[in-house]
Design a binder for this molecule. Structure first.
Ligand code: XCC
Ligand code: SF4
Length: 624
């Protein structure tokens, strides 16, 4: 086994990683090695630097200090740190949602040239959910009114955010009872920061209950608004074919990559690369055309809607440049390693940051606003195309050919594939053809062999007739492994194989980006409502096998609080508090009917989840 096979299960990663080392490029894997051994206190969650009487740490062996300078013990410190993680994740998704809200509002005011309403039906449907009567209003006026109604969800005018209306009644009663129903998107994040300041909330249970409320303000607030508005503005995804891996880069084309999370910038880049003048310029520079591909969740957004291929997930982002074939990477925000600029120094790739809130070393900043986005997109694409002349053709190395990936499974598309309602899915679950469904979500983390957790778990689940829904970086892993095409039904158990064959869908469905986990909880709510039970009674689960991001912690929390058992592949920093660990891995069950498990081995994780789903089936009296 070559050294590189220890880092990733993917050929493209192994081969470019080898070249990266030959070229003297440092990657996340190298930097992880230099960080080891990582701080044990921080791993356990028992270090605190919330105030400058500290930093403090608790001795996990009970011999050294058991309290910080302020008197906080391990329970308080671990709970506060975890709550702050969740606040950051919620803030990230919700601020992304807010940017879309701003675009919608500006569309309504004619201040966002180039942006339009691509799904007016959905605009009308969502407006109704917000109590805005669409009758007699044109799209623009409606955009304005819906935007204003959604802005109230971010503030404190309401006592609960609007999409809570999608949640089964029993669940909301439970949330009300434990006072975790989210009131405002920003309010809950702000309150987490307040509660975790020195001398505010010092009860680990109440800190964590508020963290739950904060996570729900993301899942049913910021993220859900982000997803629904992206559909309204850029179109609701429909199933179709695309491609994944580094082989989507084209040797004879200008290659432009978009990276980050928000579709606001990348949709404009998508328009610019199709412009005739740009194509002409590309030809003058000796390229056959301009090839656009995605990375991370910006890539997921474009793949879902426009079937634009994906060059890679999180750990591939540095390696794309090692191909020597990338003219430009345009980033928005989140999950963009600040090392990209350093890697670019070794190649001809030009890097552009586009958001005033996300700037990076060795990257040119070209600020995008709803007003100037079209102009700026053309400017960057022109520069990228001109940059083709600087490519050193002798250094180009595209090591693989692309793999097909089916995409576009929005809730609407799933319902349509089923013939207009969720009933056929419910029938298949009741009959035991499909045993249950699992959202497999999240990142890459160099602590785990890249994509091994995702692929191992998905294979294990589909073999047991469990339908998988993927978001985020999992999509690329599953795609590369050939799991997201209808032919992958051959790897599924007999029941799931039959259903996939009937509907011509893969056993593992790409439902979108990180914010699109809101699609998964929306389906869970719709299933529960259709059957007339609470979500925790359903044969569902969630997993984040290779998570690294605070956002993933937030997603895990809102999945759990929705009643969905959640398995993590990487240990969160909580082991320093027995009480918090006990609560997370079992105590929460008594409150929300779901809790967490940590299992790095994907085969064991598939077993755990299958057992859980079988137990839920048994309790519902369904065949096993
Ligand atoms: Fe980021 Fe969303 Fe994680 Fe990938 S999966 S590393 S958060 S890009 Ni959401
Ligand atoms: Fe130390 Fe308490 Fe300050 Fe944390 S909040 S750094 S435990 S004194």
């Amino acid at each position: 086994m070559s050294e590189y096979e220890e880092y990733s299960i993917c050929k493209d990663a192994q081969l470019t990683l080898k070249k990266a080392h030959e070229d003297g490029v440092e990657t996340a894997w190298d930097r992880l090695k230099k960080q080891e051994p990582q701080c044990g206190y921080c791993e356990l969650g028992v270090s605190c630097r919330i105030c400058v009487m500290g930093p403090c740490r608790i001795d996990p062996f009970g011999e050294g200090p058991q309290r910080g300078v302020c008197g906080a013990d391990a329970d308080i410190i671990v709970a506060r740190n975890l709550a702050r993680m969740i606040a950051s994740g919620a803030a990230s998704h919700s601020d992304h949602g807010r940017d879309l809200l701003e675009v919608l509002h500006k569309i309504g005011h004619d201040k966002a040239p180039g942006y339009t309403i691509k799904d007016p039906d959905k605009l009308r449907r969502i407006a109704k959910e917000y109590g805005v009567d669409p009758a007699n209003l044109d799209d623009k006026e409606l955009a304005k009114r819906l935007a204003e109604a959604m802005m109230e969800d971010y503030g404190m005018k309401k006592d609960r955010i609007t999409f809570i209306n999608r949640v089964p009644k029993q669940r909301v009663e439970l949330w009300d009872k434990f006072r975790v129903t989210p009131r405002g998107v920003d309010r809950e994040t702000s309150e987490t920061m307040h509660r975790t300041h020195m001398g505010v909330d010092n009860n680990y249970v109440s800190i964590l209950l508020h963290a739950v409320r904060n996570s729900l303000s993301d899942g049913y607030g910021g993220s859900m608004i982000g997803t629904e508005l992206s559909d309204i503005i850029f179109g609701t995804p429909k199933p179709g074919m695309s491609e994944v891996n580094l082989g989507v880069l084209k040797e004879d084309h200008v290659n432009i990559l978009v990276h980050g999370h928000s579709p606001i910038v990348s949709e404009m880049i998508g328009l610019a690369v199709e412009d005739k003048g740009m194509l002409q310029l590309a030809k003058e520079k000796g390229a056959k055309g301009i090839n656009l591909a995605g990375l991370c969740c910006t890539g997921n957004e474009l793949m879902m809607r426009k079937k634009i291929p994906m060059a890679g997930n999180h750990l591939m982002t540095e390696l794309t440049m090692v191909t020597g074939a990338v003219e430009a990477i345009i980033v928005d925000y989140q999950c963009i390693m600040p090392s990209l600029g350093q890697v670019a120094q070794c190649y001809h790739t030009k890097l552009y940051s586009t958001s005033d809130k996300a700037k990076f070393p060795n990257m040119e900043h070209v600020e995008f606003t709803p007003e100037n986005a079209r102009e700026q997109a053309f400017r960057i694409v022109r520069e990228a195309t001109e940059n083709f002349s600087r490519r050193d053709r002798s250094k180009v190395y595209i090591p693989v050919t692309p793999v097909k990936n089916m995409t576009g499974f929005s809730v609407e598309a799933i319902v349509e594939a089923l013939g207009g309602s969720l009933d056929p899915l419910i029938d298949a679950i009741k009959a035991g053809k499909i045993k249950g469904a699992v959202g497999v979500v999240g990142c890459n983390n160099p602590k785990i062999k890249q994509d091994s957790g995702h692929v191992g778990l998905i294979k294990g689940l589909i073999a047991n007739d469990i339908l998988v829904l993927t978001t985020g970086c999992v999509n690329v892993a599953a795609g590369k492994a050939g799991l997201q095409v209808p032919e992958a039904k051959e790897l599924a158990g007999p029941g799931l194989r039959e259903i996939c064959g009937l509907l011509n869908i893969p056993p593992s469905l790409h439902v979108g980006s990180c914010v699109d986990n809101s699609r998964i909880v929306a389906i869970a709510c719709a299933l529960a409502n259709a059957i007339g039970v609470d979500i925790d009674k359903l044969p569902l689960a969630a997993a984040a096998p290779e998570w690294y991001s605070e956002k993933a912690a937030t997603i895990a929390f809102y999945a759990m609080a929705s009643g969905i058992f959640t398995v993590l592949g990487v240990m969160p920093p909580i082991l320093g508090s027995k009480n918090v660990t006990q609560l997370a891995t079992s105590g929460l069950n008594d409150v929300f009917g779901a809790c967490f498990a940590v299992e790095p081995d994907p085969v064991k994780a598939a077993g755990l989840i299958t057992n859980h789903i079988m137990e839920k089936r048994k309790a519902l009296g369904l065949p096993l």
